[in-house]
Design a protein around this ligand. Structure first.
Ligand SMILES: *Cc1c(COP(=O)(O)O)cnc(C)c1O
Length: 464
């Protein structure tokens, strides 16, 4: 499989290039040249098979000219053995035709583990073969950082620098990053927002000299390999509910548009999906975009679902590229509008393509809290604030008549990762799961830096 940038200036790259490089050199995002197709028979045969097996089958067409089936099988087995639920991604029924897909049974208690643990395996394999070193620089709104650190800690060929917005991640999220003591792990708290952190990382990637000086590599959700890994649980959940004979709809708590784009990938690969529902908190840029066609980033609101406090939803560019029939020049023009004028406008055609498959709903803080309280009192189960945003969207999608039939809401984090917000809403404090009980007694290690590209670059240069 070859990969092309959405903006058309970085073409014909191998999977390994795309894995190590992350962002394309023209500022675009990589997409596979074509979508591999799985037949209905192949998809039906996923039923009842272990998660790691299905992962191998879904991922293989994207990597098969560079990674052997046997090697990939071992990587998937190693990555998904670290989940502490036998189903890896269990489905819980919460209504007649409503389910929650629990994605937080990995070591850092959020769905990011699904992609990141596989990425760790891929990096170790590829860098070992090439005898190369890599400096990973990533921005996190809280969960990516912990998942990356957990997946890459102790690897000999990788140095990891994670930028998080100071004071804008939960204490548990921060400690899951800063309490990891390994020589190859470095935490930077940036005095700014997640969008500032993301802009710093993008600027470092755009700096040719810096990029080659430190051998920069990316793990952010712009990395194609992460999206590919996330497509797997759409298949496993669908077949447990009667897919591919039945069309399933999904609600996805959304920030950077990576997780929901993975659902789009699954549908392109042949999985019958009815609607993909974008769920946002007050940072509702995608809801506004789907309703008006204008993509206009605003101030980032700080909410109780911080992993979605994002106004620049990077992976949306991939969907725009698809909607434009991969017209690279047209994508580049829109992204240039965004850079020059601070916004872009989608044509009626593009908007029509997107609305065909996607819908979008925002919830405010009160609605999210009320949902956590309602689930807790009705079922005794605690859900995290991101999942609550998803369940509010599920309700709105049903009320609007946008969705009928089976609906799966992705539960993206464990409530114990956001104990203050959960306790405030429900009166109950979620306990940290086994293995993490002493998190708040561990020593933290982090560097606070201003939102200043030169300072951050210097810090990284001197550390590597
Ligand atoms: C990252 C994250 C999201 C948003 O996922 P995207 O792929 O960025 O859209 C939602 N919920 C949680 C808990 C997350 O960590």
């Amino acid at each position: 499989m070859r990969y092309h940038s959405t903006r058309g200036q970085d073409m014909n790259r191998s999977f390994t290039d795309v894995l190590l490089q992350g962002l394309a050199s023209d500022g675009g995002l990589f997409l596979p040249e074509s979508w591999p197709h799985l037949s209905a028979e192949q998809i039906s045969a996923f039923a009842g098979r272990p998660y790691a097996d299905v992962a191998h089958d879904v991922i293989l067409p994207f990597v098969s000219d560079e990674i052997s089936s046997g090697t990939l099988r071992n990587m998937c087995a190693a990555a998904y053995s670290r989940f502490n639920h036998p189903a890896t991604a269990p489905l819980i029924q919460v209504g007649n035709e409503d389910w929650i897909l629990e994605l937080a049974h990995g070591p850092t208690l959020a769905f990011k583990d699904f992609a990141m643990l596989l990425l760790g395996q891929l990096f170790e394999h590829v860098l070992g073969e090439r005898n190369e070193r890599l400096t990973i620089v990533g921005a996190t709104s809280g969960d990516t950082g912990a998942a990356a650190i957990e997946a890459l800690r102790g690897l000999r060929n990788v140095n990891v620098f994670i930028l998080h917005p100071e004071g804008r991640v939960s204490d548990t999220q921060r400690r899951m990053m800063t309490c990891v003591r390994e020589d190859n792990i470095h935490n930077i708290a940036v005095q700014g927002t997640f969008d500032d952190c993301q802009a710093l990382v993008k600027a470092m990637f755009a700096d040719e000299a810096f990029r080659s000086d430190v051998r920069l590599g990316a793990i952010n959700s712009i990395n194609w390999a992460r999206i590919m890994a996330q497509a797997v649980y759409y298949f496993t959940s669908s077949v447990s509910l009667g897919g591919p004979a039945k069309k399933i709809s999904y609600v996805v708590p959304t920030g950077n548009f990576g997780d929901i784009f993975a659902g789009y990938v699954a549908s392109r690969m042949g999985l019958p999906i009815d609607k993909l529902c974008i769920a946002t908190n007050l940072n509702d840029i995608l809801v506004r975009t789907l309703s008006t066609g204008c993509y206009v980033p605003q101030e980032t609101h700080k909410t109780i679902s911080p992993s979605m406090d994002i106004q620049v939803s990077s992976n949306f560019e991939r969907l725009v590229s698809e909607a434009l029939g991969r017209d690279h020049a047209a994508v580049a023009t829109l992204m240039n509008d965004l850079k020059e004028n601070g916004n872009f406008t989608l044509s009626e055609n593009v908007l029509g393509f997107i609305r065909e498959e996607f819908a979008a709903y925002a919830s405010d803080e009160a609605e999210s809290r009320e949902m956590m309280a309602r689930v807790s009192s009705r079922t005794g189960q605690l859900i995290d604030p991101h999942t609550a945003v998803g369940l509010v969207a599920a309700e709105k999608a049903r009320q609007a008549g946008d969705v009928s039939g089976p609906l799966v809401t992705l539960s993206t984090a464990h409530p114990a990762k956001f104990p203050d917000a959960v306790e405030e809403a429900t009166g109950r404090r979620p306990a940290l799961p086994a293995g993490l009980e002493d998190l708040f007694e561990r020593e933290e290690l982090l560097k606070v830096l201003p939102n200043d590209l030169a300072v951050v670059k210097q810090h990284i240069l001197s550390a590597v």
